[in-house]
Design a protein around this ligand. Structure first.
Ligand code: AHR
Length: 503
């Protein structure tokens, strides 16, 4: 992918060694012929923001969605599983309705035959701003059969006789019947419920209790069963769910087995008394849960996708990252998920996937900060999507970035926000903002920057717009903006456009 940056020699030493190594890795990996390339990759599939993942392989591409916690839903697409590591998440929906604007969690997209034909139904949890007390389950409908959309808002899915807090909606299909699975509080227990559906966005009957926390392993930190997901194998049907509080390293997976009765009867589902997938301190994987399932491209292998933390203090936030691994089946037909694999494990690519891991050393991606010459402790930072220079940035993560090969030209750079997964620094007119890629060439050009000698000090750097030569990231009227380099530029303006990259 990338070659070394084409900047004059004096500056080569300015480019962090890690970036040159990174570019060389990209160059090297692109030199591998598919035949000679090792068809392995390592977890995780993202460095940040990989919670509650949902991953499907469809018509030649893998599609991945994860919890954003914001007012938008995203989707990444790649022809190879490992390629999801560098695929840029694309915003597929943003919400402004205050009743469902915010805290978007637990995305799942299901291809279902509905009243409008075959469509993708993108289920998610969302609520109101500033609180998690109003979370409910919602669904979008795609315009056609492209998982990337476009999507339109379809409905809030709820049981009118129990219109309460509900999250983690998922779909169960038995014969031609659709059922909605979700999690909701009753007293001090977060329970699993099932309800019949008349179409992919409407319940046709009241909810029925499916399972509740009862074993100690379901009650670490809080009494929680959530994230239900159906698993089908031969003539057997399972519901795999997450148990215990997502903040704890003891978040784990449990299993219900369908015994063939009325799916809307709790007695038709037998809970396995032990967890079926849980932390591995030896492998450095903690709180594995909120999973999904997908098949290999050739349909012969079953894979599980889940999130986990790298240490036992990881918590239930954007530090959760997306992991995948193949699983097998026991003699009694139940799934054998094994043990969550370590980040060092080389995982063979799925059968029918000839991908090469573009970022084998994912966790070696350094984090950069850009210190402004014109402030004593001023750093470039985002606040929401707006960019400015602040002294003493909190949270520090707002001033932390990944410097990657330029989207428009790998000899330049693009700058990705660590805590806004998939958001790149771009100019829009003279404004400098962070935005998610829409996949267009215009976006790529607007989000690509040349590294130049600092306008105020050649030992530092300045960032010139790839598609607007002579225009640099600087300050205008106290706001971070694209400023033109002219002879009239004051020393202060030059300092405002000069940065020191710190790692
Ligand atoms: O990650 C956000 C929410 O946290 C998920 O929807 C839920 O499974 C967990 O409680």
């Amino acid at each position: 992918m990338g070659k070394t940056l084409m900047i004059d020699k004096k500056l080569l030493r300015k480019i962090p060694i890690f970036l040159l190594v990174f570019l060389l890795v990209f160059s090297a990996s692109s030199l591998f012929s598919q035949e000679s390339a090792p068809k392995t990759f390592r977890n995780p599939l993202n460095p940040y923001g990989g919670a509650d993942p949902w991953l499907q392989y469809y018509e030649g591409n893998y599609y991945l969605a994860t919890t954003t916690g914001r007012s938008e839903l995203i989707m990444s697409k790649s022809p190879t599983l490992a390629g999801l590591k560098t695929a840029v998440p694309v915003q597929i929906y943003a919400e402004t309705d205050p009743s469902r604007c915010c805290n978007m969690w637990a995305p799942e997209f299901h291809l279902l035959e509905g009243p409008n034909g075959l469509r993708w139904y993108y289920y998610y949890s969302a609520g109101t701003s500033g609180t998690l007390d109003n979370q409910h389950t919602h669904v979008l409908e795609s315009a056609g059969t492209d998982p990337m959309g476009p999507y339109t808002y379809k409905a809030r899915i709820f049981d009118p006789s129990n219109d309460v807090w509900a999250i983690d909606g998922s779909i169960l299909k038995i014969e031609d019947m659709l059922y909605f699975l979700f999690s909701s509080w009753v007293g001090n227990k977060q329970n699993l419920f099932i309800a019949p559906m008349s179409d992919p966005w409407t319940l046709s009957g009241s909810r029925v209790l499916l399972a509740e926390p009862e074993y100690d392993w379901e009650m670490s930190g809080a009494n929680v069963t959530e994230g239900p997901v159906a698993l089908y194998h031969d003539d057997q049907i399972f519901i795999i769910y997450s148990a215990s509080y997502c903040v704890t390293p003891d978040y784990k997976l449990g299993m219900l087995t369908y015994n063939g009765g009325d799916p809307l009867q709790r007695s038709s589902w037998e809970k396995h008394p032990e967890p079926v997938f849980q932390r591995s301190d030896e492998n450095g994987v903690f709180g594995p849960g909120h999973n999904g399932f997908f098949m290999s491209p050739d349909g012969t292998e079953y894979w599980i996708v889940y999130h986990a933390n790298d240490d036992d203090s990881g918590g239930c936030d954007d530090r959760r990252t997306t992991r995948v691994q193949k699983f097998s089946w026991n003699d009694d037909g139940t799934p054998n998920f094994g043990i969550p694999v370590s980040r060092e494990a080389e995982i063979a690519a799925p059968s029918g996937d000839d991908g090469v891991d573009p970022v084998p050393e994912f966790d070696k991606l350094e984090i950069s900060r850009f210190r402004s010459m014109s402030y004593s402790e001023g750093y470039l930072r985002h606040t929401d999507v707006y960019v400015r220079v602040d002294n003493g940035v909190t949270p520090v993560a707002d001033s932390q970035f990944y410097v990657l090969p330029g989207l428009a030209d790998p000899e330049a750079i693009s700058i990705r926000a660590v805590n806004l997964p998939g958001y790149f620094l771009r100019h829009e007119g003279s404004a400098i903002i962070f935005a998610p890629s829409d996949g267009s060439e215009q976006f790529a050009a607007d989000a690509t920057w040349w590294v130049r000698p600092g306008l105020a000090d050649s030992e530092w750097i300045s960032l010139e717009a790839y598609n607007q030569p002579g225009f640099f990231i600087g300050q205008m009227f106290g706001t971070t903006a694209l400023v033109e380099l002219t002879d009239a530029m004051s020393d202060r303006m030059r300092e405002d456009a000069t940065f020191l990259e710190e790692r």
